[in-house]
Design a protein around this ligand. Structure first.
Ligand SMILES: Nc1ncnc2c1ncn2[C@@H]1O[C@H](COP(=O)(O)OP(=O)(O)OP(=O)(O)O)[C@@H](O)[C@H]1O
Length: 229
């Protein structure tokens, strides 16, 4: 099969649960999802429906209790914790609601970090980071620290950082959730544009129907079960 015909993300029969004393609390129940390379998908669902858990499983942060997850040709079930970390560093970029920039590093240092962790030479990582900061409109702020920026600016830096190692998949967990409507719309447009330009698939958690409409496809979780479209 051609590589482009194979889904970038495939979840089959994924079940996940957390233990609460002796009780098992099911969070995801029989979830099947495929996402194509470059596809931009919004994930909607009420609080507690399992959205963040789903993102964490796809990122290999934790393994599912049952079911199979394959991302970028890597079967996550066969990987130990170290191998999952290496997988994540190569294939996945994360954008969080509260930016999660490293406060003691400059913007340039924040953005170059993922590439350096993957073994890139410092000069090359720096050049890519500078280009990315320019792309998100902050090319002249590289020596500033996160606390000197507005929330919208910090999220733009976080998008640059998420793209620095050229991941095949961007996972965004309520990326506009802590921003005002106008700033959120700008950040969303930048995120979509960045994903489109780089051919990066995007799976974005949101509570907002309006935000979800910007994606190519919307999937919905209800109590850990995927609703049929
Ligand atoms: N590490 C954990 N240990 C125990 N329970 C957990 C853990 N992580 C999540 N849960 C529970 O799993 C359920 C789903 O949580 P999750 O964060 O995936 O939902 P969500 O849809 O992302 O919610 P929100 O929109 O509020 O962020 C919740 O009931 C939550 O309390």
């Amino acid at each position: 099969m051609r590589e482009s015909a194979v889904p970038l993300v495939r979840l089959e029969g994924v079940y996940h649960a957390y233990r609460d004393g002796a009780r098992e609390h099911a969070v995801l129940r029989g979830v099947d999802i495929t996402i194509a390379r470059g596809e931009r998908v919004a994930l909607l669902g009420q609080s507690g429906s399992g959205k963040s858990t789903l993102l964490n499983l796809i990122a290999g942060i934790e393994p599912p209790v049952q079911g199979r997850i394959t991302v970028a040709g890597v079967d996550l079930n066969g990987l130990d914790e170290h191998a999952r970390t290496v997988f994540r560093r190569h294939h996945v970029g994360f954008v969080y609601q509260f930016f999660n920039l490293v406060p003691t590093l400059t913007l340039l240092e924040n953005v170059r970090l993922p590439r350096e962790l993957n073994g890139a030479r410092p000069a090359e990582a720096l050049r890519v980071a500078a280009d990315l900061l320019t792309r998100v409109g902050l090319g002249d702020r590289g020596d500033a620290y996160p606390e000197q920026l507005s929330g919208g600016e910090q999220q733009r830096v976080a998008i640059a950082r998420a793209l620095a190692h050229r991941p095949a998949l961007l996972l965004a967990d309520e990326p506009t959730g802590s921003l005002d409507t106008q700033t959120g719309a700008q950040v969303l447009a930048l995120l979509e544009e960045a994903a489109r330009t780089d051919g990066t698939a995007l799976l974005m958690v949101t509570h907002s129907e309006q935000v979800a409409q910007a994606a190519q496809r919307v999937i919905r979780l209800r109590d850990g079960v995927l609703e049929r479209a």
